[in-house]
Design a protein around this ligand. Structure first.
Ligand SMILES: [Zn+2]
Length: 172
């Protein structure tokens, strides 16, 4: 009796694992080594009712794999399943201190010459911050063209914004 129940549980479990595996392989047709060690069971529970196009997914996976700014490749799968919006999963590279400092110096020199704020968004505003001078540690680096829209994490695509404006801009 108990033995039968045990068999029943095992076959249910097998059935479940097979469903998860079938689901994963129906969506991700290219097998990548990073697919190991991912909590597929959790992702199955969360996303298996959603429709995906394997061709589109394959194109997206290849594109993200070729992106040198993505630090967490394991995050690519959940990022795609979630509709390619949660960039936190990818740990996209941030600007390093040398780039920030260099952009800050250039912006600050130019702003100083024109007596406007060294935050370009404050400078075009209409309040007292129009001519406010921010210190380096009061500013954050921003992707001029968002990474999600193809903007690179390099000096040409970096601007320093005051923390308020950087937060307001949001989309990295
Ligand atoms: Zn500002």
């Amino acid at each position: 009796m108990s033995r039968h129940r045990y068999d029943g549980n095992i076959s249910e479990l097998k059935h479940y694992f097979n469903s998860v595996i079938e689901w994963v392989s129906s969506i991700f047709t290219d097998v990548e080594s990073e697919m190991r060690g991912i909590e597929w069971g959790r992702l199955y529970e969360k996303y298996h009712k959603q429709p995906y196009s394997p061709q589109q997914v394959s194109t997206d996976v290849k594109k993200l794999y070729g992106d040198p700014y993505i630090k967490n490749r394991k995050g690519i799968f959940e990022y795609i399943l979630g509709g390619s919006v949660d960039t936190k999963l990818l740990e996209v590279r941030v600007f390093d201190e040398a780039i920030k400092k260099s952009v800050y110096m250039k912006q600050t020199d130019e702003a100083f010459a024109k007596s406007i704020s060294n935050c370009p968004l404050c400078a075009i505003g209409h309040d007292a911050n129009k001519s406010k001078f921010w210190k380096l540690n009061e500013m954050d680096a921003d992707h001029v063209t968002a990474w999600s829209k193809g903007g690179a994490t390099d000096i040409a695509n970096c601007q320093m914004l005051c923390k308020t404006h950087n937060r307001a801009k949001g989309n990295k």
